[in-house]
Design a protein around this ligand. Structure first.
Ligand code: DMJ
Length: 674
């Protein structure tokens, strides 16, 4: 509004001008408005004549340029239209296949982004050139012409296995061919359907399904992969014969042990069977899940263990198979685990009774383990995304946000315990990347990747922690100068390293693949060499649970020392897991060779002739490794899966730009950035 009084009071008004020069023809004169055709033509011509020679040439040039552009784009549109028409006429291609083509092409992740000031700037975070993969055999992903062949890769895998191992009769062939279509998943939804995290999740999402990757030629299995399949089948035979539907096989006593009474090994192994292409085994197991898996039981389960093994296993199997049975079961167990979060601090209790809906800490303390409360996030976040119910994600995100703010960290390194009442760290001053803290670090990076690399607090905490690792925990051993991670207890360094720490080289390499500091790769290379030496320097060629490194050179001493209480091997996966990542990202065959040695030693010292593999008590005694009579579920869920992937040259067999593995080796989709 303009007020004259106010303007006067304010003194002479500031004037802004726009000057418009009108020629006599343009002026609306006394004759009024004249828009006749003849007048307009005359007027244009006069105007053209009034222009300078230069102006006329520029205008003529512009017209010519626009005309050329018009011709070019017309030609392109014609081509595009033609190919579209051809596509729709192709009666071999179903609507789903066409959608699948679109789906499979874009890499889920964006190129690594440079961290800017608003995202918390780290000098280390500048995008790194991703290492070239010399072993990549896939063609360009952006295939626009060839329709994807559904089922081809796993179908071929079955064929290879069958050809190598079992002659099959003609009628059985026919039956198998028919069932291949159904076993690959009743519902194949080609939509990757991934979304960034949101506190208001509305639409339930669909499975990602490896189907989307099947458009390219299947890569045949090599001998080492066939050896893994043979090992898996041997382990599975023992489980099936003596422990079917129970938690863990006791292969020597030909019986089983129960932990939660939920068929732990069977659920943990589902996606491994899918990836290895073990159709019949998978179908048997699916039937058990459909008919016998019941969560309405008066039983206490550990929140972390049941999340990573059961919830994680069901979610990934749902994604790989597209079978909604697994999502239904995942929802059921997810809901039953939620009472764990009803604590004064919202830091969850360690134990939940899934039948009664009650939760509690262990009997002797009100503390929870830090790794446990911070390594359930990938699974609960994914459950929210799939169901459209944000309660799961809210609960676990709150834990991470809270831990982010806590004091008691040492350059990003966290203590091992946290109190469920106060929400504070307890037992301060002890820092390790081994038991009780390990997967906290792993999940910082993996949640950041899962969410599309946007959640900066997670990245900040991860980067800070790796700096803390370098500052406080890194040392070199004698005589071989192996780089290892020790522990810090109240300012005192201990040269003790758990085998569990061997997850770290793989995690570091994954970070570098996603654009983080290149020096993390150097550290990863040094650490994986050490983890391998934890096997190679021991009499059976199998790593003990814990080693101590020599800091001073002594005659006749190796780098690795083993204490009597630590010389067991539980068939753990961490070293093989890291070997897999290292091979994927570098293509260096030595990592495959190291994994092959380890597999052979598992076969030599832990294989039970009547079926199954067993943990052993003494890795230093090849003539009597002292079998413990237990096959952990993670041997099938993780160790053999990572072995199989390590020996594969197919980077699309669980593509690491599309999937992120939870800490129990269950692949979950990476959410597409908004
Ligand atoms: C598995 O349950 C998981 O890998 C977990 O993160 C650590 N312990 C075992 C395997 O060693």
């Amino acid at each position: 509004m303009y007020s004259g009084a106010a303007a006067a009071a304010a003194g002479p008004p500031r004037r802004d001008f726009i000057s418009v020069t009108l020629g006599p023809e343009e002026a609306v004169g006394a004759g009024g408005y004249n828009n006749s055709k003849a007048w307009r033509r005359r007027s244009c011509w006069r105007k053209w004549k009034q222009l300078s020679r230069l102006q006329r040439s520029v205008i003529l040039f512009l017209f010519a340029f626009l005309a050329v552009c018009g011709v070019i784009s017309y030609t392109n549109m014609g081509e595009a239209w033609k190919s579209l028409t051809d596509t729709s006429l192709d009666d071999q291609r179903t609507e789903q296949e066409i959608t699948g083509l679109k789906l499979a092409n874009p890499v889920v992740l964006p190129a690594p982004q440079k961290a800017d000031a608003s995202r918390g700037d780290y000098p280390e975070l500048s995008p790194q050139k991703l290492p070239k993969l010399p072993h990549v055999r896939r063609g360009p992903s952006n295939l626009q012409i060839k329709a994807p062949q559904r089922d081809t890769r796993l179908k071929t895998r079955h064929d290879t296995i069958r050809a190598a191992e079992e002659p099959v009769q003609a009628d059985k062939e026919e039956k198998t061919e028919k069932s291949i279509i159904s076993w690959r998943g009743a519902v194949i939804e080609p939509d990757q359907s991934t979304e960034p995290p949101s506190s208001k999740i509305k639409e339930p999402e669909k499975p990602s399904s490896v189907e989307a990757e099947d458009q390219k030629e299947p890569v045949p299995l090599n001998e080492r992969q066939l050896a893994v399949i043979e090992a898996f089948r041997h382990a599975w035979r023992g489980y099936k014969d003596f422990a079917w539907g129970h938690d863990e096989l006791k292969p020597l006593s030909k019986s089983y042990s129960e932990w939660f009474g939920l068929g732990l090994t069977l659920i943990d192994a589902l996606d491994t069977m899918w990836i290895l292409g073990l159709k019949e085994e998978f179908e048997d197991a699916r039937k058990w899940v459909a008919n016998d898996l019941v969560f309405d039981k008066n039983v206490d389960v550990n929140l972390f263990e049941s999340t990573i093994r059961i919830l994680g296993g069901l979610l990934s199997t749902y994604h790989l198979s597209g079978d909604s049975l697994f999502l239904e079961k995942a929802k059921d167990i997810g809901n039953r685990l939620m009472p764990a979060f009803k604590t004064p601090s919202k830091i969850p209790y360690s134990d939940v009774n899934i039948g009664r809906g009650t939760a509690h800490p262990p009997r002797w303390t009100s503390d929870s383990t830090v790794a446990e409360v911070t390594s359930i996030q990938l699974e609960f976040r994914e459950l929210s995304r799939l169901t459209g119910d944000d309660k799961f994600q809210k609960a676990v995100d709150e834990v991470m946000k809270h831990v982010h703010t806590l004091s008691g960290k040492n350059d990003g390194l966290v203590p091992m315990f946290i109190n469920t009442n106060s929400g504070q760290f307890t037992h301060l001053g002890v820092y390790t990347l081994g038991a009780r803290a390990d997967s906290y670090y792993e999940y910082l990076l993996k949640q950041w990747i899962q969410g599309g690399k946007k959640e900066n607090e997670l990245l900040e905490d991860y980067m800070r922690a790796i700096e803390g690792v370098k500052k406080h925990l890194l040392q070199k051993s004698e005589p071989k100068r192996l780089t290892f991670l020790g522990e810090l207890a109240h300012g005192h360094f201990s040269a003790k390293m758990d085998h569990l720490v061997c997850f770290l080289p793989g995690t570091l390499a994954l970070g570098v693949h996603n654009g983080l500091a290149a020096d993390h790769m150097k550290l990863a290379e040094a650490l994986i060499e050490t983890c391998y030496q934890m096997y190679a320097q021991v009499e059976t060629g199998l790593s003990p649970e814990i080693v101590h490194f020599n800091l001073r050179a002594q005659k006749g001493h190796k780098d690795v020392e083993v204490k009597p209480a630590d010389r067991h091997n539980l068939l753990r996966p961490e070293t093989v897991e890291s070997l897999f990542y290292m091979y994927r990202f570098t293509g260096d065959k030595k990592y495959q060779d190291w994994g092959w040695e380890i597999l052979q030693n598992f076969n030599k010292y832990t294989r039970v002739p009547t079926g199954g593999y067993t943990s052993i008590n003494n890795v230093q005694n090849p003539s009597n490794p002292e079998p413990r009579d237990k096959m952990e579920s993670f041997f099938l869920g993780e160790t053999l899966k990572y072995m199989f992937l390590l020996f594969s040259d197919d980077i699309d067999l669980i593509n690491l730009d599309k999937y992120v593995f939870n800490t129990e080796a269950h692949p979950l989709p990476i959410w597409v950035p908004a």
